[in-house]
Design a protein around this ligand. Sequence first.
Ligand SMILES: [Zn+2]
Length: 302
Amino acid sequence: MDYIEHSVKVEKRSRRIKFAAAAAMLAVAALIAAGVFWGGDGNRSGADREGTTGAGEAGKSEVTAEISYDSQIGELSESESKSSASKTTGREESAALPTEETTYAYAYAGFSPAIANVDIDEWWLILVNRDNILPDDFSVSLAEAAPGTGVNLDERVAPHYAKMYSAALSKGIKLTPLSGHRRISTQKKNFENKILYYRNMGYGKAEATQLAAKIILPPGTSEHNAGLAMDICSLDVSFEKSNEFKWLSENAADYGFILRYPKDKTDITKITYEPWHWRYVGVKDAKKIKALGVCLEEYLDM
Ligand SMILES: [Zn+2]
C-alpha cells in the first residue's frame, strides 16, 4: 500500500480510530517488549490470537485489525501475479542484498543474515529465512503455477503446484493461488513503506525497521522471493478451518509441499502461524518432514 494513500485513509478515520491508533502504538511497543514472532507474509493476527501478553484486550484487537488490514493489502499488492514475463533474473533487484564484502542494508537495525547457500544439488531444500538471505546474484526462472491464474513460481516447482491444483479440483477443492513469486524489489518497496509508516508514528529508524520486519520480511529473506512458496486461498488464520486446508494437510506432501510455519514451531521458525503458506521441498522430503512432525529448520539440522 502506498504511504500517501495510507495517510489519507488515516485522516479519514474517526476520532475513535485515532484513539485506537494511539492504543495500537502502545500495544505494538508492548509486543516488541514481549518479543513476539515475525510475520512472514504480513498477517499478524496469528500471533495476536496466540495470546501475546502486555496489552489490554482493546489495544490488542485494534493492533490486529490495523495491521491485518494494512498488511493484507500489502500482501496482495506484492503478488507478481500480473507479471507477463515468464522469466526473470534477480540481478536488477538486488540493491538491498549483501555480498560477501558488503553489509546488509538493514544491519543498523540488527539484521545480519548469512547468505543462503543456493548452489546446492538439492535446490528444493534451500533455506531462506530471517537468518539466511538470498545472494545478490540470485535469479529464478518462473512459470505459471496453475493455468490461467497468472501467479508464478520457480519453473521447477510450478508443475507440481499445477498437478496438486488439478488433483484438488477433481475433489471439488479449489486451491486458489494468491501469491507466489514476489520480486525482491517489490519486497523492498513494501518493507520500506512499512518503515516509513512507523517513522511517521514517531519511532526512530532502527525501531521502525524492527517493527516493519515483524510484519514484512526484509527483502531477500522471503521464500516468495525465491519462488518456492505459495500463499493459498486466504491470508487469515481462519483458513485452518476450511476444507481446502484440510485437503492440503492430508495431501500436499504427496505433491512436495509442506506447511512451512506450523502453529507449534513458531519458536523455531520465528514466523507466526501461517496456514496459507505452503513451501515446495520435493515429494520425498515433504513426506519425511510430515511424518517426523518437524519444521524445515529442524529437518535440515538432522
Ligand atoms: Zn507466504
